[in-house]
Design a protein around this ligand. Sequence first.
Ligand code: NAP
Length: 473
Amino acid sequence: MNARPLYLGGQWRQTDTTLTVLNPSNGEKLGEVCTVPRPVVAQAIADAHAAFPAWRALTGKARGEYLRKIAAELERRGDEIARTITLENGKPLAQSQGEVAMSVDHLRWFAEEARRAYGRTVPNQVDGKRHIVVKTPIGVVAAISPWNFPLVLAVRKIAPALAAGCPVILKPASATPLCTVLFAECVEAARLPCGVFQLVVGRAADIAAEFLENPLCRKITFTGSTEVGQSLIRGAAQGVKPLSLELGGHAPVLVFDDADLNRAVEGAAIAKFRNTGQSCIAANRIYVQRAVYAEFLERFVAHVRTLKVGDGLEPGVQIGPLINEEGLAKALGQIENAVKKGARVLCGGKRVPGRGTFLEATVLADVPDSAECMREETFAPMAPVCAFDTEDEAIERANASRFGLSAYAFTNDIGRAFRLMERLEAGSIGLNDGVPTTSQCPFGGLKQSGWGRELGIEGMDAFLETKHVSIAL
Ligand code: NAP
């Protein structure tokens, strides 16, 4: 089997070095992808820079037409691309199909936003002057994306950057590059000009060093762990390189005693177990008000026991494998640590025997705040639950985290809903809603969950410079 080539300078390029992609459901080899050394990344940046003047000179409407063509091709090849996501990432096929559909929606949203990179006219306070604010594309953009949503999190960067008038170089995660090769084929089918979109795969530290140190690369947009985000911040200091960072999360779920409990069970389960718990906005800790604690646990465990764990291509599977042995070992370690600190295992708790890195869908009760899983990301289908007494206590415990990406709350009290939206320290808040993300609303984190926002009308700002022009008449 030939290694998949990379899309560079408008051409497919084969190289001598490759990386192997594995199927986490069975550990088998899926294929190989070419990799590139740092000088090739430098060439990609030069080619992107050369493509910039013509791309930025197009109207927003014309750039939007290109995005629509990519979206149409992605949709046409949706089944094949979804299958590829499931094979390399492990997630259930229906969720991969959802990921493709959301990627298409992001492309269409930013195709429309391309026409709306509005500046403004500002009233003057001195006679004979006029002030305008104009927005211009920032230049060559480097995008680094993770493996957990390997397509949509890349598209969430590529679509607004292209819409804003910026060429983009994508570096996908090494575990899941195959779907981004298919995405590059869609870009090629849409006939984007040479160098406007390129794909590089290889040693992350080398590629990132070129992105950071090459002055022609004007912006890095990154989704991944807080630790790598911190290393990018350090690396960006020398060149004062602008960064957008979508980093780790540790979402709390608050279930109040006035909530519709069925809704809370369903919402908490989807927020926890979607994507096999490997989501930055995954419910990481569930706090339930004491009066409904026992009832919630009973219904929640009954629901979780119905979730089918298995190969994502098998019909009816809702939970796939963890991405690798390291991810599984981390989750098992957190379960052991919580149990040592007094937690009770209500269901699951063990590795599923056989091939693949599967964890049983797990619920832990009475988990103390001192347990590791109450402080660090779990990234697995394991839900720690504990009780709280008052609203103030729940908010304080929810906010007691270095992360601030997302939070969920279930309540039917309108006053409480407003207090929660004002006081919870999270960039997105799901009120009676376990799936808050949508193309037209901003997404991003507070505290150590990152800098900046993707999606929504805010999504293009990351790729636009704001200039004030003062005109003396
Ligand atoms: P990761 O290890 O930080 O990797 C993310 C990306 O960064 C990959 O492409 C990786 O490449 C690359 N990378 C690794 N080392 C690097 C370096 N020194 N410099 C620059 N790039 C480097 O994260 P992950 O394990 O893939 O993803 C899980 C994490 O992402 C979790 O913490 C999750 O919460 C976070 N996440 C956040 C969001 C959000 O929107 N806030 C969304 C999804 C995930 P290689 O694969 O080649 O190592």
